[in-house]
Design a binder for this molecule. Structure first.
Ligand SMILES: [Zn+2]
Length: 328
């Protein structure tokens, strides 16, 4: 239960807690989403976004916390590592209230994000260090990784939406920073944060799975097949197209696995497991440098190197490896 005194009244907002299941279903698949960055740890409190009086009071509250984003990096410190959350007194004066982004209630208290220009020396150096969340997320507690991902995504979205895409007029933050509105009265377009869906799929053929690598990746590292969903596609269509374009392999049944917010800058990774109906590999679109079928035994031997633990790709591979044990 969150409470915050506003104009002499005490307002309360129900705050549902994230629910986690630890069991498995009959097929051995996990029932709940444990991907890094996932988890409804922030109660988004959408009903507060347009309540300017409440927002103004929340900004002034000693209980509120502020998540800084410097360029595209987040501030962390301590051992074990934690996200550094600021109080209002620590927020620089040049960040006016309009540019504080209301994320929701985090552990029952209002949480805001704000952007700091990446120019010049690193601010708040005495409080911690600035790190790229992409390589950091699995080191943070799950709730703070979720909060930091949310903050990063919205800060970068604002930076890319300074002008209306229809009439070109400047656009201003609205709804506590959860949308923007074109300043041209004749237009007045409302602009909402976007999320770019991308499929990522472990394609299996009996005891082997299909992994590929890009030339820019560290030597020996392979991962599952992935790509952005295109307009007019279902997710299943997108899985089948991407796998065919990148590997020439045809896919039959496609099953949903789990999803992962991937705010680099705005993706939502939608994970699947699919059954192959053909096996000849051809790098049709040359997006990947190499694609191979790997057996479970090979994957457990240390080559290829598996995807980083932060990624849903690793979850897909680990769960597929685990199925072998569960079945045995
Ligand atoms: Zn406009």
């Amino acid at each position: 239960m969150f409470s915050l005194a506003v104009s002499g009244k005490l307002r309360r907002t129900p705050h549902p807690r994230p629910v986690c299941f630890t069991g498995t279903d009959g097929a051995g698949a996990r029932m709940e989403n444990y991907n890094v960055f996932a988890g409804a740890f922030v109660y988004r409190s959408g009903e507060r976004r347009k309540d300017r009086e409440w927002l103004a009071s929340a900004i002034r509250s000693d209980h509120s916390r502020f998540v800084p984003v410097w360029g595209n990096k987040c501030l962390v410190g301590g051992d074990p590592l934690r996200a550094v959350l600021l109080r209002k007194l620590q927020v620089p004066d040049f960040v006016d209230d309009q540019h504080l982004i209301f994320l929701g209630l985090f552990h029952d208290q209002p949480a805001f994000a704000f952007s700091l220009s990446a120019d010049g020396s690193a601010p708040f150096a005495e409080l911690g260090e600035w790190r790229d969340l992409r390589f950091l997320g699995s080191e943070l507690p799950p709730d703070e990784a979720n909060l930091a991902a949310h903050a990063r995504a919205l800060v970068l979205w604002h930076a890319s939406q300074l002008y209306c895409g229809v009439c070109g007029s400047p656009a201003q933050p609205e709804a506590g920073g959860n949308s923007r509105v074109c300043g041209n009265e004749r237009c007045g377009r409302e602009i909402f944060p976007r999320v770019d869906p991308a499929i990522i799929v472990l394609v299996a053929d009996q005891d082997r799975c299909l992994l590929g690598r890009k030339s820019s990746w560290p030597e020996g590292r392979y991962s599952t097949i992935a790509g952005f969903v295109e307009p007019g596609e279902s997710l299943e269509d997108s899985v089948r197209r991407e796998v065919y374009e990148e590997t020439n392999v045809r896919v039959g049944e496609v099953r949903y696995h789990s999803s992962q917010p991937w705010p680099f800058p705005s993706s939502l990774m939608l994970g699947f497991v699919a059954e192959a109906t053909s096996s000849d590999i051809v790098l049709n679109d040359r997006e990947l440098e190499d694609v191979q079928w790997f057996t479970r035994k090979q994957l457990r031997s240390g080559f290829p190197k598996l995807p980083f633990r932060i990624s849903i790709a690793r979850r897909l591979v680990d769960d597929w490896l685990q199925m072998d044990i569960d079945d045995g």
